[in-house]
Design a protein around this ligand. Structure first.
Ligand SMILES: Cc1ncc(COP(=O)(O)O)c(C=O)c1O
Length: 442
């Protein structure tokens, strides 16, 4: 595509100058593959950006979107409604833990996070606890790029240089290769450290000042780090003990990633709110959501005037009928192909076995998995710190494989629809790429 002018689109989280030197352009996609403009197939072991959980090019979603566009492309969501958004909300909450029965739609995960924060503030205010304004999140956590989410995130590059909310404390991150290396599923160590840190934060700040805790049940952009055993149950108990709301940011873990519809179901822990986006409609039309307990909405409603909106917040495209139609079609596929649970069945087992068989690769210091998530961590040895990941990433791409480098952790999140043959192809391309980079193979 030499006719493309690359100067005008400023791409997100991109080294634009390097990109212009060596453009990487995808021109089509089908099933588990993306195709580059030179025709090279690229196995998409990241499901786009953790969003195309159904694979690419689902005809049913395309048909639903087209039909919706022609029937009702848009109607304002402020003081009005459309059938697809109500239907989608009703069907979504059927997959949530009991008690979570309300949905506030947004356009992205970042907006879902900031919306959840504002709901949390409103809830505390409505029940006469307006002093509860502080948040607790976690090092290595990622909560999107809006001001609230930027303030909450524990990835230093994403915070530095921006004015952020000061009222945030961080629990320790989950990366502990020394003690937890090569765990299958939940690792052993980390829950006690979290508990200690949580109690310290409460002792210093005071429970009467803390509004909510927000964490990803599995840290995603921080390097795919599953929670240690009993971690999420303990955090729920701590929140209950100190009267603090618990928000699970499930923008990555939602929609079948873990082997259940949501990580909340998978780990048997009901948060007060869940933030979701990405795979909500298979990554096809921008959409996010806050899924929340009915009781939280009720407190806010009870406090609000009956002659005005109960919550002064919302976006033009919130609950877009087109995005919701895509969501309904996606849910049909998730349900009929039983994709929410495939990560905990035979496919999840095959994925875990394939990943852990990589331990013979050179410089591998950890392999982790949960559901259809995985990560292989490398020791950078002779190379300057954190340059191995990008090198492996580039070589994988050259060999027809898209995975993600987080420093020297290679992170994978295949489409849930991936086949065992495609998992084998992933292993072959990944192994070959690593060996080439480390010059130990062809
Ligand atoms: C856990 C988590 N929260 C929030 C977000 C932000 O979502 P979006 O990029 O749709 O704004 C992401 C994106 O990767 C995420 O992983």
């Amino acid at each position: 595509m030499s006719d493309l002018n690359l100067e005008h689109w400023w791409q997100p989280f991109t080294n634009v100058r390097a990109f212009r030197e060596q453009p990487r352009i995808f021109s089509r996609a089908a099933g588990s593959f993306l195709y580059r403009d030179d025709g090279q197939d690229v196995l998409d072991i990241t499901a786009g950006l953790w969003c195309c959980n159904l694979g690419h090019g689902r005809r049913e979603i395309a048909d639903a979107v087209q039909q919706q566009l022609m029937e009702l492309d848009y109607a304002p969501p402020f003081q009005f409604g459309t059938a697809p958004a109500f239907r989608f909300a009703e069907r979504l909450v059927k997959h949530c833990p009991d008690g979570i029965g309300r949905v506030f739609f947004t356009n992205s995960g970042s907006e879902a996070v900031d919306t959840a924060l504002k709901i949390a503030y409103s809830y505390q205010h409505a029940r006469g606890k307006a002093e509860k304004r502080r948040f607790i999140s976690r090092q290595q956590g990622y909560h999107g790029v809006n001001v609230g989410g930027t303030s909450l995130q524990g990835l230093p590059n994403n915070r530095q240089g921006f004015p952020v909310l000061a009222e945030v404390d961080f629990l320790p991150g989950l990366l502990d290769i020394e003690r937890n290396a090569f765990s299958r599923g939940c690792p052993k160590f980390g829950t006690q450290e979290m508990l200690k840190s949580f109690e310290e934060i409460v002792a210093v700040r005071g429970a009467d000042k803390i509004c909510a805790v927000i964490i990803e049940p599995i840290s995603g952009a921080g390097g795919m780090l599953p929670p240690p055993i009993d971690y999420l149950k303990t955090i729920r108990e701590l929140c209950d003990k100190h009267d603090i709301l618990l928000i699970f940011d499930e923008v990555i873990t939602g929609f079948g990633r873990t082997g259940s519809a949501f990580a909340a179901n998978e780990f048997g822990v009901t948060p007060d709110m869940i933030t979701a986006a990405k795979a909500i409609n298979g990554g096809t039309v921008p959409m996010g959501a806050v899924l929340l307990k009915d009781s939280i909405q009720q407190v806010i409603f009870d406090h609000a005037s009956t002659s005005a909106p109960e919550f002064f917040h919302g976006n033009t495209y919130a609950g877009s009928p087109v995005a919701a139609a895509a969501g309904l079609a996606a849910l049909d596929i998730y349900e009929s192909e039983q994709l929410f649970t495939c990560g905990s069945g035979a496919k999840g087992q095959y994925w875990a076995d394939t990943l852990h068989a990589m331990s013979d690769l050179p410089q591998v210091i950890d392999i982790r998995n949960y559901g259809l998530l995985g990560a292989v961590s490398f020791d950078h040895a002779e190379l300057p710190e954190k340059t191995l990941g990008p090198k492996i990433h580039q070589r994988c791409l050259d060999n027809g494989l898209l995975c993600r480098a987080v420093g020297d952790h290679m992170v994978m999140s295949p489409p849930l629809s991936i086949t065992e043959q495609e998992i084998d192809l992933f292993a072959e391309r990944f192994r070959r790429s690593v060996k080439q980079v480390l010059a130990t193979g062809p």
